[in-house]
Every structure is written in structure tokens, then in C-alpha cells.
Design a protein around this ligand. Structure first.
Ligand code: 9MR
Length: 615
């Protein structure tokens, strides 16, 4: 027996032995797909509901069916139980699709989360366009809820009774057909009717952007607290959890779960998916896995959180693939646990791992694998080491900028804000052509330059943009949806701060300043704390912005000294004829997710440089 043969023979025997003994052969670096338990097995072991939104429209795909039934112990009808699906014509109920799903759930012993009875979307036109008195509408609402909940009584243990009724601002109820017909009490009436139809069903209010602590979740909290106090039958709150990778406020979610739980309510993660902008490298899927793991961990650690549902089974059929989400529209996004071919993604193993640990089983992932998932994007971007300042051309008034990290601004240079660039000669230009949102065949880009004299800092933006889009939106509040340039300064002396404080300013200058006279249109966080002057002029291939901001203001006193440094960032927003902002270019390499407007630690540096050739 040759050595080689002997070795492989020994491995075979070992593998056979392990298999015989019911063990698993796990390779060092990847979790074993063949031998690992399923999510469903581990969810059962935790006595926990782990579900997916499902639809019989995909039942023709055997892998879909197989994945749904082996990996999940709960399902939510993605669309089949909505009003427009069930009662497309007045008084004519169509249960065919929903029944198919119910049969599937029953055959595979899966729990069904009913979703949903009342919503401002999926309202059939007979209802939306109809004219009904309050009493007539109440009767329609009661009949619908009695018919649907009554039909599945005993088979659907929990219902999303009302979905997304609160306005995004959190200031009250949103406009909705039922509200117009009935008034604000349509929400509690729906709960009352559902309870009458099935007193044993758990009744949920379900909404998005209400997971953590914010104005909208405060409004949900206030509403359900009032319901509990007045005896309106409600048992839980669904936190939809349509998230963006890296933007989950776990502490806020834990706090929100706690305050809702203390009202005597359950909470459930009802529609989890995790998106990211177009052109993001697939390495984001590691961080996405970290998100799934952390959110599920938060849920499992809360005694009030009783289910976790993903909004779909595999990436291919996710609603995010065909929706129109503006900035985040990404038709190749992979937001779920299984990819287009039903391969298990990093997020799948992350979920499995946390379920295993909570069940007291051996971990599925190694510490190394977990570390890769937990690395925040900021940490993944190594601090750019600045080379010694050097001029590639001796005529330059300041050293070469360092891409994405530092810009040397010569002083003293006085600039006239007139839309002409002759006074910017020999001042280095920095190109910005990259960012989280770059359309295919992008032709938009910018160069910027900065200088200072004894009174002001001056900015120049030379933007290339074939189609100028401006003036469609309110320049004070929605400037970022159209062509605009942003300069940011952090003059607090601390470049590490991660929230805005006095002395950090976002200066947004929309292209709407072209041809605009009088006070320039300026927006952005804290921009009202400094006096910005700006002009914008159209050029053959785009536009130019020149702006100034004083060195001495109420919020800062900047003294240009050679190598004196402030935090600095530059963004470009571009829109096109038929869509709001579809281009987002960002200078600083530290900001990969368009978060400069929230977090000044993501800025690069503006370094002053005394020139010997004052102009
Ligand atoms: O994923 C659902 C999509 O297929 C439907 O076209 C859409 C309208 O009925 O609803 C989607 O699901 C939504 C859910 O019912 C409520 N929360 C937001 C979900 C995503 O839009």
C-alpha cells in the first residue's frame, strides 16, 4: 500500500466511522452544510417560531418548497391574506391562494402568522373609490374581518390586524381609506372585530421603522399603551425590520421590546430583510450575517420576543428585487438567508449559530468567522497613512491631495465668488468619482479645491453632469434629492466625534442656486450656524459652485496654520430626468454608506498650507 493510498484510505475509514457513530465531519473553515442541523430543528429546540413570508406562486419551484418546509416552522402569507387578494369585489371572497398556503402549512406542521386584515395598501378599487358612510364602512370592516378570521379560527393563532397605520413622522395616523370613512377609531374597531371573530387569536399591530427608539416607535408605543389601558384587545406589536446593512440600532430595539413587553404585549420580528445600495461588493454579506445574528440574539434575549420572520425565503423572490426604492433600489440585492439558487448564505449560518448557542448546543461558527461578521465597515477601512506632503508640480500652491483622506488648502489666497475659476489656478484639484451610488455608465463626477485667506475658507466644485436637475424639490428640505454639492467641516478639534455638535457643519449647496439671486440657497445640518456665501453657474458640461464660510463664527474660530487640520468631507448628489437622486459620490474613504450627515468621524482631513506666493 503506497503512503498516499494509505492516507486517503484512513480518511475514508475515519469518515465512515464518524458517520456510523452519528457524528459529523466538519472542515476547519466552513460550517458543514451537509451535517449541520436546520434552522427549523434548532428553532424547535428553542421552542421558538422562526418563519418566512411565503407564497404559493413559487410552489412550482421544488427547491423553494423544500427549503420552506425544512428550514422554517412558521410562515406568513406574503400577499394572500391581504384585503385586495381576499375580497377583490365587494362581498366576493376568494380564498383559493390563501387556502393553498394554509394546506401547505398544515401538511408541514407550520404555524401561520395571519397578515394582514387592515392596511392602507392593497385596498381594492371598489373600496378605495367607493363612497361609504361611517356606519357602512364599519359594517364592511366587520364583515371582512369576521369572514376571514372566522374561516381560519383555531388554525391561525396570530394576526397582524392593522398594518402601518402610523404616519412616518410619528405625528399621528396616516391618511388611509378606512380612516377617511370611519375616523381614527378604525384601528381599535379592527382589533375589536378580530377579537370577536376569534377570541383565542393573538392580535398584533405591525409597522416598519418602529423597531428602535424614535418618534414613530414612540407613537406606536403611545397608541398600544392607550389600547391596553382602555381594554382594546391587543396582544402584540410586530417590528417589521426592513433594515439596511450596518444600520440596526440594537440597543434601541432592546429598549423598545422591553417597554412594549412591560405593557403586557409580545413583540415579534415580522419581516426581516437586510438591504444595501447598488454596487456594493459581496463582502457586505458578512456584515449582513452579523446583522441577522445580532437582531436574532436581541430577540432571543428578550423574554417578550416570540418570533422571528424573514420577508421571503430566498433572495430571488424578495420584494426588494422589484421595488422602486430610490436610493436603495438595487435589483441584484441579496437581503435574505438563501441566495437565488437556495445556497445557504453567511447570514444563514449566523442564524444557525445563534440558535445553537441559545439551545446550549455547540457553536456552528468559530470565533474567527464571527469576527469577520462583526467587523464594522469603518474598522475595515484602515486608517490612511498620510505620506509626507509633496508637490508633483512645483507651480502648485499646496501639496498633492491624498485621495479620499486629506486635502491641503493653500493660504492666504483670496477668491472672488463669481463662478470663474481663474483665481483657482495652481490650486490642486481633487477628483470625486466614487461612492455608494454610482449608476452604470456613470458620467457624473466632480473636482473640488479649497483655499483660505485671513477671513474665509473658499470652496470650489467643478461638476460634470449632462442633465441638470434642480428646482423640483424644496431647496431647504429635499435638496439632496436633486443635483447638489455638499462640503462638511468639523472644527471642534476632535476628529473622532461620531455625532454632530456645534462646530460641525454640513453645507449643502443645491444646483438650484444657478440663476438664483439674493441670499443663496443653503441647507444641511447646522448650516444655519454659519454664514455661507455661494454662487452657482451652469457650464458647458455641468455646473460650478463657489462658496465661502468665515473663519470666525459663533461656533468656531479657525486659524489657518501650516498643517493645522479640521475634519472635512465632500459629497455630490445627482438626479436624472425620471428619478430623484440616483448618484451619490463621496470623497472620504471612511464614509462608505452615506453617513457623513450623521457621523463626523467619517470625514477626511482639510490641512492648511501656507503658500509663499500669495495672490
Ligand atoms: O412583499 C410584498 C409584495 O409582494 C407586495 O407587492 C406588497 C404590496 O402588497 O407588499 C409586500 O409586503 C409588505 C408587507 O405586506 C407589509 N410591510 C412591507 C412589505 C414590503 O413592502
Amino acid at each position: 500500500m503506497s503512503k498516499m493510498y494509505y492516507r486517503s484510505y484512513a480518511i475514508l475509514v475515519l469518515a465512515a466511522l464518524v458517520t456510523l457513530l452519528g457524528g459529523t465531519v466538519v472542515t476547519a473553515n466552513s460550517p458543514s452544510q451537509a451535517a449541520a442541523p436546520t434552522i427549523r430543528e434548532l428553532a424547535d429546540k428553542n421552542h421558538f417560531h422562526f418563519g418566512a413570508a411565503a407564497s404559493p406562486t413559487h410552489f412550482g419551484d421544488p427547491k423553494y418548497v423544500e427549503t420552506l418546509k425544512t428550514e422554517f416552522n412558521m410562515l406568513t402569507p406574503e400577499n394572500e391574506a391581504k384585503f385586495c387578494s381576499i375580497q377583490p369585489a365587494q362581498g366576493q371572497f376568494d380564498f383559493r391562494s390563501f387556502d393553498r398556503l394554509m394546506d401547505f402549512a398544515q401538511a408541514n406542521q407550520m404555524v401561520v402568522r395571519g397578515h394582514n386584515l387592515v392596511w392602507h395598501q392593497c385596498v381594492p378599487s371598489w373600496l378605495a373609490k367607493g363612497e361609504f358612510s361611517r356606519d357602512e364602512a364599519i359594517k364592511l370592516l366587520r364583515d371582512h374581518i369576521y369572514t376571514v378570521v372566522g374561516r381560519y379560527k383555531g388554525r391561525i393563532p396570530m394576526w397582524d390586524v392593522v398594518n402601518e397605520a402610523i404616519d412616518d413622522s410619528g405625528s399621528g395616523l396616516r391618511d388611509a381609506p378606512w380612516r377617511q370613512f370611519i375616523g381614527d377609531d378604525y384601528v381599535e374597531l379592527a382589533f375589536k372585530f378580530a377579537h370577536e371573530a376569534d377570541p383565542d387569536a393573538l392580535l398584533f399591530y405591525n409597522d416598519y421603522s418602529t423597531e428602535g427608539m424614535n418618534a414613530k416607535s414612540n407613537a406606536v408605543y403611545a397608541m398600544v399603551k392607550d389600547f391596553v389601558a382602555r381594554g382594546v384587545p391587543i396582544n402584540g406589536v410586530g417590528l417589521q425590520s426592513h433594515f439596511t446593512v450596518g444600520q440596526i440600532d440594537l440597543a434601541g430595539i432592546a429598549q423598545n421590546m422591553k417597554r412594549l413587553g412591560e405593557l403586557g404585549l409580545q413583540v415579534q420580528i415580522t419581516e426581516m430583510d437586510d438591504r444595501y445600495p447598488p454596487n456594493t461588493p459581496d463582502s457586505i454579506l458578512q456584515q449582513q450575517a452579523g446583522d441577522y445574528r445580532a437582531l436574532l440574539d436581541t430577540c432571543l434575549n428578550s423574554k417578550y420576543c416570540t418570533a422571528f420572520v424573514t420577508w421571503g425565503v430566498n433572495d430571488l423572490y424578495s420584494w426588494l428585487r422589484d421595488s422602486n426604492l430610490g436610493f436603495y433600489e438595487n435589483h441584484t440585492v441579496k437581503p435574505l438567508l438563501f441566495d437565488d439558487e437556495y445556497q445557504k448564505k453567511p447570514a444563514y449560518f449566523a442564524v444557525l449559530d445563534i440558535l445553537a448557542r441559545h439551545a446550549g448546543d455547540a457553536p456552528i461558527l468559530t470565533d474567527e468567522q464571527l469576527a469577520a461578521m462583526n467587523a464594522p465597515i469603518e474598522a475595515a477601512v484602515a486608517e490612511v497613512k498620510l505620506p509626507s506632503p509633496r508637490k508633483s508640480d512645483s507651480k502648485q500652491l499646496a501639496p498633492d491631495p491624498v485621495a479620499g483622506a486629506a486635502y491641503y488648502a493653500p493660504f492666504p489666497i483670496t477668491i472672488t465668488l463669481d463662478g470663474k475659476t481663474n483665481d483657482w489656478a495652481d490650486i490642486p484639484r481633487m477628483t470625486v468619482d466614487n461612492g455608494p451610488m454610482v449608476p452604470a455608465n456613470n458620467t457624473t463626477g466632480m473636482q473640488f479645491a479649497v483655499a483660505a485667506d485671513a477671513k474665509n475658507i473658499y470652496f470650489l466644485a467643478e461638476v460634470k453632469d449632462g442633465t441638470l436637475i434642480s428646482g423640483k424639490h424644496d431647496a431647504a428640505t429635499e435638496w439632496y434629492k436633486e443635483d447638489s454639492v455638499e462640503f462638511y467641516i468639523n472644527a471642534t478639534g476632535n476628529l473622532q466625534i461620531s455625532t454632530y455638535k456645534p462646530g460641525v457643519v454640513q453645507i449643502a449647496i443645491p444646483a438650484a442656486n444657478i440663476g438664483h439671486s439674493g441670499t443663496p440657497l443653503i441647507a444641511g445640518t447646522n448650516s444655519d450656524t454659519v454664514v455661507v456665501q455661494a454662487v452657482a453657474v451652469k457650464t458647458d458640461d455641468g455646473y460650478i459652485v463657489e462658496a465661502s464660510v468665515p473663519l470666525v463664527t459663533d461656533v468656531w474660530k479657525i486659524v489657518p496654520l501650516t498643517l493645522g487640520t479640521v475634519g472635512f468631507q465632500v459629497h455630490l448628489n445627482g438626479a436624472s430626468t425620471d428619478s430623484d437622486r440616483d448618484t451619490k459620490l463621496i470623497w472620504s474613504v471612511y464614509d462608505t454608506k452615506d453617513e457623513s450627515y450623521l457621523n463626523p468621524s467619517l470625514f477626511g482631513k482639510l490641512i492648511f498650507w501656507k503658500t509663499n506666493k500669495p495672490k
